[in-house]
Design a protein around this ligand. Structure first.
Ligand code: FAD
Length: 524
């Protein structure tokens, strides 16, 4: 079936675009797993916007550029920040129950922001936003939502019955996750909103499906990708082999928690920064990483047991209860923590209209590099980027609709030469291997030697994965492995080509920052 617009992803970016298009177009939204399975539902803090009378756009722009270490595209930063109040108003209109009332929304302050400017719904903003967008999308006759569809590749002119070498995109091939059947979802316009690539790392706060599928698909289809070396790490995620992505809020350190070597019990943060545990996120993450690598540790301890038990229980009720369920009483014991990947700053290059390099393909949200974040994301700017670029893609598609051709006849997915795999273990083994060496060699502190080690392994695994992909029927695990590998390759290649330390990219071989900021642009 041919749709007006195909959207890959049902998070903040995808659903914003869907709702903005649905007045005039028939929209199909595909999601891997459940419709609420992306990062959007997990966002805790909130959304940044200049809403306080004492605040200005210029302040927000400056804070964003300082965080981004000068690599941001000023034009994008201005555009997004000026659109922010309007985006928040649209969410209010959709019924998102932000704390505060009417024009007097409650604003919190987060690291790196010089003013109070974060609107939120308690500490579960993402869930409230996801729910409101989804309810509105489900109620709209022009929007079809199909969960359980794992997109494999974008459809290009090469997949047309009458072969064309043009890079025009005509939708995507997707596997039905319950039957395994692959279908061509053909559309006049396609929007990628498939989220980040956090799962390239052994520890990540991102959901299971954040395997960089959108970035990898766009790259394979011929779109440029930029700044993939800039991966943001949260300093303290619970170290637990069962519960892989439970964040321990920075407030535990703010309220006096100490970071300790797990064997000697020595407090190590004062060795790295005079502010101790209250040093900025990146410094704390780097210090923990250094301890882990230097002493061959699995984790370090975060200890707040020296504060009165009632104080700890009262301030951190959710964390306290969660940990107790795992056998850790934080009023009496330290919490094992590791830094964890948290946000993918780089991605598919888009302009202010959310256009990618490829005709017929737009992109929005965490899978993109729009120029907003530069070398480091300012907290709570990422959901905002999803709303602004989701809207931008919809507006641009509407404005050029009459110029978009009808799709040609597209070839069916060819499964005649593949069989069912009898060695699923290969997928699990490779997946684990990638995430481990990315963590150990391409993590918070890098060196050329470590990056080259990772590059050699990526090369080796690439051949194995290609062979496997060519011989067996696709499953979601295989699709994800292929994309994880592709993104790992893009991250390492980008990191190797940056001969300086800037923002989130810190390398022992080039510790200085160059006077001129340059994007790392990879061309397929
Ligand atoms: C724990 C946590 C806390 C955060 N807190 C904040 C915060 O307070 N403020 C803030 O601004 N940001 C926060 N972020 C970041 C923010 O949540 C994300 O950047 C944002 O939600 C990304 O939205 P998205 O629409 O781009 O992608 P997502 O919400 O991740 O959605 C991706 C969608 O793509 C689909 N998809 C992926 N691959 C495929 C495929 N192959 N085929 C079909 N569909 C596919 C998924 O199923 C999903 O529907 C947080 C992130 C995490 C993990």
């Amino acid at each position: 079936m041919i749709h007006d617009v195909l959207i890959i992803g049902s998070g903040a970016a995808g659903l914003t675009a869907a709702l903005a298009l649905a007045e005039t177009r028939k929209v199909l939204v595909l999601a891997k797993g459940s419709l609420t399975g992306g990062s959007t539902a997990w966002a805790q803090g909130g959304i940044a916007a200049v809403l306080d009378t004492g605040d200005t756009f210029e302040n927000h722009i400056r804070d964003t550029m300082v965080a981004g270490a000068g690599l941001n595209r000023r034009e994008t930063v201005e555009y997004v920040i000026e659109q922010a109040p309007g985006s928040i108003q649209r969410l209010v209109d959709l019924g998102v129950p932000f704390n505060g009332t009417g024009s007097d929304l409650h604003l919190t302050r987060e690291g790196g922001h010089s003013h109070r400017r974060i609107v939120h719904v308690d500490d579960a903003t993402g869930w409230a936003v996801q729910e409101a967008l989804l309810n509105a999308a489900m109620a709209h006759d022009n929007i079809t939502l199909l969960p359980g569809r794992a997109c494999i590749d974008l459809i290009t002119g090469r997949n047309a019955e009458r072969y064309s070498g043009s890079g025009r995109i005509w939708g995507a091939y997707a596997a039905d996750e319950s039957t395994g059947k692959v279908e061509a979802h053909v559309a006049r316009a396609t929007i990628l909103a498939a989220g980040g690539a956090g799962r390239c790392y052994r520890f990540s706060t991102a959901p299971r499906g954040a395997t960089g599928d959108g970035i990898a698909m766009a790259w394979r289809a011929g779109a440029r990708v930029a700044n993939m070396e800039f991966m943001q790490f949260h300093p303290t995620c619970l170290y637990n082999l069962e519960v892989k992505n439970f964040l321990i809020t920075e407030a535990v350190r703010g309220e006096g928690g100490h970071l300790l070597h797990p064997e000697t019990g020595r407090r190590f943060m004062p060795d790295y920064d005079e502010r101790g545990e209250l040093a900025p996120r990146d410094i704390v993450a780097r210090a923990i990483d250094d301890q882990i690598k230097r002493y061959g540790l699995d984790f370090v301890n975060l200890d707040i047991s020296h504060r009165p038990p009632e104080f700890v229980r009262e301030h951190f009720p959710t964390i306290h209860d969660k940990l107790l369920g795992l056998g850790i009483d934080m009023t009496r014991q330290p919490i094992p923590v590791v830094p964890a990947q948290h946000y993918t700053c780089g991605g598919v290059i888009v302009d202010l209209d959310a256009r990618t390099d490829l005709p017929g393909l737009w992109a929005a949200g965490e899978c993109t590099e729009s120029g907003l974040h530069g070398a480091n994301r300012l907290a709570s700017n990422s959901l905002l980027e999803c709303f602004v670029f989701g809207e931008a893609a919809a507006r641009d598609i509407n404005s050029c609709w009459t110029d978009l051709d009808e799709p040609p006849a597209i070839r069916e997915w060819d499964e005649s030469r593949v069989t069912h795999s009898d060695e699923e273990v290969v997928i699990k083994q490779n997946w684990t291997e990638i995430r481990r060496f990315m963590w150990n060699y391409v993590g918070i502190v890098r060196s050329t030697k470590r990056l080259e080690r990772a590059a050699r392994r990526i090369d080796l695994l690439g051949r194995e994965i290609d062979e496997y992909y060519g011989a067996f029927r696709v499953t979601t695990d295989l699709i994800e492995l292929r994309n994880l590998h592709q993104c790992a390759e893009l991250i390492v290649r980008s990191a190797l080509s940056r001969h300086e330390s800037r923002g989130l990219h810190f390398t022992l071989d080039y510790p200085e920052t160059d006077p001129v900021a340059r994007d790392t642009v990879l061309v397929p």
